[in-house]
Every structure is written in C-alpha cells, then in structure tokens.
Write a protein that binds this ligand. Structure first.
Ligand SMILES: Cc1cc2nc3c(=O)[nH]c(=O)nc-3n(C[C@H](O)[C@H](O)[C@H](O)COP(=O)(O)O)c2cc1C
Length: 320
C-alpha cells in the first residue's frame, strides 16, 4: 500500500520500493522492458546495459527464414519522433537459437522475450515451433502489427477474424505464454484487445508504430524508400496512452503499454492508464542506456512519492 510521505527520521533507512510486476504469469523485477526492434538481440547491449537489471527485453522480430528487410533510407527523424521501415530484417528463428540465445542464457536473471513475425498463419506456427526448442525464452510476443512489410503483419492486426485465427493457432503450438502485440492502425483497439484475449492471449502489448510518412519537398521524394513507415517516439505518446487505456478497460488479461516513453513519469502515466508493465523503444536510439536509467529513475520516483509497491499504480487513474 502506498503511504503518505517517506520516513523522515535520519536513523530510519527507508525500505527500497518494490518494483516487481506480473505479466502473462511471469514475475518481472520491474516494469521496464526494452521493445522489439530497438534492442537488437540483446547481446548488442550487454556491454552498456546490465541486462539483468531490466524487467526484460524483447529481441527483434524473428521469422521462419532470415529476412534482409527494406532498402535504405529506412530511418528518418521527425518532430519528437522517428519514422522507420526496417522491414523486419532478422537472422531467422533457428539462427537466433544457435547464435544468440546461448549468450543470453549465460546472463543469469535476464528475462528474454521473443518477438515473432510471419506472413501466414503457418509461418507464425512454424517460427514458434522452432523457438519452442530453445531454452531461456520467457514468453513470445506475437507481432501482428508491423506496418512495414508488403503483406502479412498488419493485416492480421487490423482484421478481427484474422487476428482471432492467428492468435488461436499460435496459442495452440506455443510452449510459453503468449503476448499479442496489437496494431494502433485500427478503429477500435478495445475490440482488437478483446479478440486477442478470447483467442487465448495471456497478455496484450501496444502500441506498435503508427503508419506515417515524410516527404522531402526539395526532391519531391519520400524520405523513406518504402514510401510509408512507422512512427514512434514521444510524438505518439498521447495517442498510445489513450489506446492503452481503452485496451485495459476492454480486457482482464495484463496490458503492456508503450509509445514514446522517455521518463519515469511516462511509465507512471501508462501504469495509471492500466498497464502492468511498459516497453521502451525509440528512447534507446537517442540514449542506449535509457532503459536502465528508467529503472533507477522509477526507484527514485517511488521514494519521492512514498510508493512502496509500484504495481499498485496499475489502473489507478482517477476520473471523477
Ligand atoms: C527501428 C524500429 C524497429 C522496430 N522493430 C520492431 C519489431 O521487429 N517488432 C515489433 O513488434 N515492433 C518493432 N518496433 C516497434 C517498437 O517495438 C514499439 O512498438 C514502437 O516503436 C513504439 O514504442 P517507442 O515509441 O518507445 O519506440 C520497431 C520500432 C523501431 C523504431
């Protein structure tokens, strides 16, 4: 329970705040998770971030076969945000198991989530079946919401029937908890969250990037070779926050919130809106240590505000 003010007596050493949270039946030491596609396979960050201090991290989207992604330019900085059209470049699920996972397993207490992507339901199933063979993955995050590939991805995330089917088949084969990452490019996020829940998701995460574009007026060409791209970063935060609120109102399963988080107060806002944990993406591009700094910042925030158990903030928005 949160109390008023922190102990004032100098002799009383304050107890460290309890940052633990639960998502999809997994206990995390804190709610800060590095978001898919912005933290490589984790190993790229091991020299600069203490991976075991994070709540966890999501490795970049894995597919059944390696993917080269889209041609450059693939990134463009916008006002308070970033456009990307990486196109899910990755080494493939099997290579991830052989080349990356053993290194991650050596990092005791690091919590690894695997982001999964496919063009068809069978792709999703086979990718999960491959990943089921590896040890040391806490859960799968099903990416049904990437706006940057020609087919698949976003279609699953924007059509309720297709979402239902892909989540059901993924759940059937998944040997681990299933987090479904929802697309924000929909009319009713609450409906999509409920469809994912009823199809068996153990949690939903949102949002992925917003479909967007930028044009160079001088050359009259798109700034991104793919023409359209996904917008992320602080520019999307108020919209993402509203969507997390709507999703949390619609389902009973845990909600992982993300979109433009850069400060501990952002994390608190997402939790008040109903998130049990958060993911942090674009912030790592501007400061590679952003995720770990947020863990420290949250500890400080709780101390300053007399919050003993951070998880009690979830859904605490006062609306009257
Ligand atoms: C460069 C880049 C690559 C991304 N790749 C993936 C990906 O592979 N799978 C996925 O589910 N989301 C991917 N995302 C989306 C992020 O995980 C996150 O949902 C989004 O960027 C919003 O959070 P942010 O504003 O904190 O970045 C990517 C985002 C960026 C910026």
């Amino acid at each position: 329970m949160s109390t008023g003010s922190p102990p004032s007596g100098e002799s009383l050493a304050p107890r460290p705040p309890d940052l633990r949270v639960q998502v999809a039946g997994i206990e995390l030491k804190n709610p800060i998770i590095a978001a898919a596609g912005t933290f490589g396979y984790g190993v790229e960050f091991e020299d600069i971030v203490h991976l075991d201090r994070l709540g966890g991290f999501v490795v970049k989207g894995l597919s059944i076969a390696p993917m080269t992604g889209n041609p450059p330019p693939r990134l463009y900085e916008t006002a308070a945000g970033m456009l990307n059209a990486i196109g899910l470049q990755n080494i493939g699920a099997q290579a991830f198991l052989e080349e990356k996972l053993p290194r991650l397993r050596a990092k005791k207490d690091a919590v690894v989530f695997a982001n999964v992507f496919g063009y068809t339901r069978a792709d999703y199933e086979h990718t999960i079946e491959i990943l089921n063979q590896g040890e040391g993955i806490a859960a799968y995050e099903l990416n049904v919401s990437c706006p940057n590939t020609a087919h698949g991805g976003i279609q699953f995330g924007s059509d309720p029937h297709m979402l239902d089917e892909v989540v059901r088949s993924a759940k059937r084969v998944a040997a681990r908890p299933l987090i479904v990452k929802l697309s924000p490019n929909v009319t009713s996020i609450g409906l999509m969250a409920r469809v994912a829940e009823e199809a068996g998701a153990d949690a939903v995460s949102l949002v992925n990037t917003f479909l967007a574009m930028a044009i160079d007026a001088e050359t009259r060409r798109p700034r991104i070779a793919n023409v359209t791209a996904g917008l992320s970063g602080p520019a999307i935060k108020p919209i993402a926050l509203r969507m997390v609120y709507d999703a949390a109102q619609a389902v009973k399963i845990p909600v992982i919130g993300m979109g433009g988080i850069t400060t501990p107060v952002d994390v608190v806002e997402y939790m008040l809106a109903g998130a049990s944990a958060v993911e942090v993406g674009t912030a790592s591009y501007f400061d590679p240590v952003a995720t770990e700094k947020l863990v420290d910042g949250l500890t400080e925030y709780c101390r300053e505000h007399g919050i003993e158990r951070l998880s009690e903030l979830t859904g605490g928005l006062i609306t009257d």
